[in-house]
Design a protein around this ligand. Structure first.
Ligand code: ME8
Length: 503
């Protein structure tokens, strides 16, 4: 089984921030989850380097455009390992492989009679790199603003058009037959009502600047940045060679995006693909938007959250955990210092960390670090094992719907229940009265710590693996085939605290 997952490719007009990190980590969580299920996973990210917005940013910084995009693209690339993400490819739209792929896609659309030359006249937002109808804008004095308050400019130029209007009914049919192609459901409904509102042909080339991929056979035009950018998902797996192994194995893929770019991915992109005889994406998940202490994050307000700063302050796994436990995935979230401290202390220090720390230190001090395996479970033990199985099933069900917060919650319910079990069974008392039973209680608890830690690898790979190291769990057993009660004994390594408290 294969799983192809992509992040949006990020504009290189500014350095990466928390929002970008969020999309990338979301993909890493799913990629790692599917790896634990033994899927063949391919995880792509990269940078979107053409268009007016990027060209303007280079001009503003008085840098040659190519040097400018090289520098910022490298910053995005460097951020990935810092976020604990393991990717398979990093694509840049200024690479030759991509220019070739985008031009091949264009030529295919032309060959299929999907493109014509005409004139475009209308509103354009450079910030969104998007065309707008006047009805979608807010009038302010003599000018118009986008819903998010950005300025638009009137453009009038010769342009190639894609026959998007031809695809209205086909898209509706496709989405009716494939209701899981867009998630969450509210985004699916949004797309359906947008399509029902009517689709106009889409301008797909520009003539007033040069920073883009040349349109085949017409040097006056560069491609509209979105047709160029969306094609990256095909480039990485070898397009235009649709018969190569990678393409056959991984397409169609799963696109993780922010809610701001839903229309491009869920309307334009599947239409381009179908028009070029390629299957539309398997699934598009649009996640919510982060604010900073209640305020919209923006360059002009100056409240951009630097991933380096927060990860250096709280820890990588702590931030990964907070971002995906705190907010239902798909909803908007607010990044606040108070919420971080509460969440990390309650779940990581007091629940997971406390259970691991007190059990492993107890084993080292009182059992010579050695716990024998056991399969003679009491009724209470069996209930806990059943609860573990139930939570693992729920965890999977939620992960398969990208309800990452709910999946995490299942693991923490299991850990809480295990803390209660330990308090009730009290191995510290059994030490004096029944050493065999003490061993068995510890054995079951270690198994639950092991299984919970495997389930938490996608979220907190480093910490979960450190805990599995303390438990001496074989690297080859750190996957979902081993969410069982081991038949081996446990030998405990010296424990170190993993989740310090935050003040
Ligand atoms: O749109 N909260 O690139 P971009 C959550 N190049 N996510 C956020 C966020 C926030 N406050 N801010 C940004 C582009 N994001 C195009 C994409 S794809 C073929 C081309 C995330 O640099 C979110 O995923 O503006 C959003 O969709 C993406 O960054 C936009 O990044």
């Amino acid at each position: 089984m294969s799983f192809y997952i992509t992040t949006p490719i990020y504009y290189v007009n500014y350095k990466g921030h928390l929002g970008h990190a969020y999309s990338t980590i979301a993909c890493d969580i799913l990629a790692r989850y599917y790896k634990l299920k033994n899927f063949d996973v391919y995880f792509l990210t990269g940078t979107d380097e053409h268009g007016q917005k990027v060209e303007n940013a280079a001009k503003e910084s008085n840098t040659n455009t190519q040097d400018y995009v090289d520098k910022i693209s490298q910053d995005f690339r460097d951020l990935i390992p810092f976020l604990g993400c393991e990717i398979n490819d990093f694509i840049r739209t200024t690479e030759n492989r991509h220019k070739k792929a985008a031009q091949a896609l264009w030529s295919k659309l032309e060959e299929n009679d999907q493109i014509y030359l005409s004139n475009y006249e209308g509103w354009y937002s450079v910030r969104d790199e998007a065309f707008y109808l006047e009805s979608e804008l807010i009038k302010k004095g003599d000018s118009f603003l986008t819903q998010s308050g950005d300025t638009v400019e009137w453009i009038k130029e010769e342009s190639y058009f894609f026959k998007l209007s031809l695809w209205q009914n086909k898209l509706l049919e496709y989405y009716e037959e494939n209701p899981n192609a867009i998630a969450p459901k509210s985004r699916y409904n949004e797309v359906i009502s947008f399509i029902k509102g009517g689709l106009k042909d889409l301008s797909i080339s520009r003539t007033t600047f040069k920073w883009g991929i040349k349109v085949p056979n017409n040097d006056n035009h560069v491609m509209y940045v979105w047709i160029d950018a969306l094609c990256n998902y095909l480039t990485s797996i070898g397009y235009p060679d649709v018969n190569n192994k990678k393409f056959k194995k991984f397409w169609p893929g799963f696109h993780m995006i922010g809610k701001d770019i839903l229309r491009f991915h869920a309307i334009y992109w599947p239409a381009f693909l179908m028009a070029a005889d390629i299957n539309p994406p398997k699934r598009i998940f649009a996640h919510g938007w982060w604010t900073n202490e209640g305020q919209k994050i923006s360059k002009s307000v100056g409240n951009i959250i630097d991933p380096y700063e927060i990860i250096n302050k709280y820890g990588l796994d702590q931030i990964r955990f907070f971002l995906f436990r705190e907010v239902p995935f798909g909803n908007d979230g607010d990044f606040s210092k108070g919420a971080i401290a509460n969440r990390l202390n309650a779940d990581l220090s007091n629940n997971y960390g406390n259970l691991v720390q007190r059990i492993t230190t107890f084993c080292v001090k009182n059992c010579n670090s050695y716990i024998k395996n056991n399969s003679n479970f009491t009724k209470t033990d069996k209930n806990l094992i059943e609860f573990m199985k139930l939570k693992f099933d729920e965890y999977n069900r939620f992960m398969n719907e990208e309800k990452i917060d709910k999946s995490i919650k299942c693991v923490f319910e299991l850990l809480s229940e295990t803390n209660v079990y330990i308090d009730t069974e009290a191995p510290w008392n059994l030490k004096k009265t029944n050493k065999d039973r003490m061993n068995d209680v510890l054995f079951l608890t270690l198994n639950i710590i092991k299984n919970s830690s495997i389930m938490l690898i996608p979220i907190m790979p480093d910490s979960a693996n450190k805990i599995l190291d303390i438990l001496n769990v074989n690297k080859t057993e750190r996957n979902f085939d081993h969410i069982t009660i081991s038949t081996n004994d446990y030998k405990i390594n010296d424990p170190k605290p993993i989740f310090p408290r935050i003040d």
